[in-house]
Design a protein around this ligand. Structure first.
Ligand code: SF4
Length: 118
């Protein structure tokens, strides 16, 4: 039997959640104050996810802040960062523009978080 201690980051309460597992199967989730913590903890021990925030190159030599529009698989973040690094965008760009569509094959996109003028 294995126990994983997780801090739920879903809200500022930061509950300490304990997930008990055996052979990769979740036996119990304890310490969460609400149901969202249960969902978070189960996700965290099976397929942890994070929002990417980084910059992407522009054809004029500048860089533009970007992020993923949803949390993506943490284990694949190096692959996504390489794709972002290998991409150059031509301005103009508006906040929210999708710059790399479906970066992970799960429908998550890389979007601009600032404008870039032409
Ligand atoms: S378990 Fe619920 S109350 Fe606790 S940090 Fe997570 S979302 Fe917030």
């Amino acid at each position: 039997m294995e126990q994983r201690e997780i801090i739920c980051t879903t809200c500022p309460m930061g509950c300490h959640v304990t997930v008990t597992m055996e052979d990769g199967k979740i036996l119990s989730v304890k310490g969460n104050t609400c149901a969202r913590g249960d969902v978070y903890a189960r996700q965290e021990v099976t397929d942890p996810r994070r929002v990417i925030t980084t910059t992407i190159g522009l054809t004029d030599g500048g860089v533009l802040p970007v992020k993923s529009d949803n949390a993506v698989s943490r284990n694949r973040i190096p692959e996504f960062m390489q794709k972002i690094h290998d991409t150059t965008i031509m301005p103009p760009v508006q906040i929210g523009d999708v710059l790399i569509a479906d970066i992970d094959g799960e429908g998550n996109n890389i979007v601009a978080t600032q404008n870039a003028r032409a």
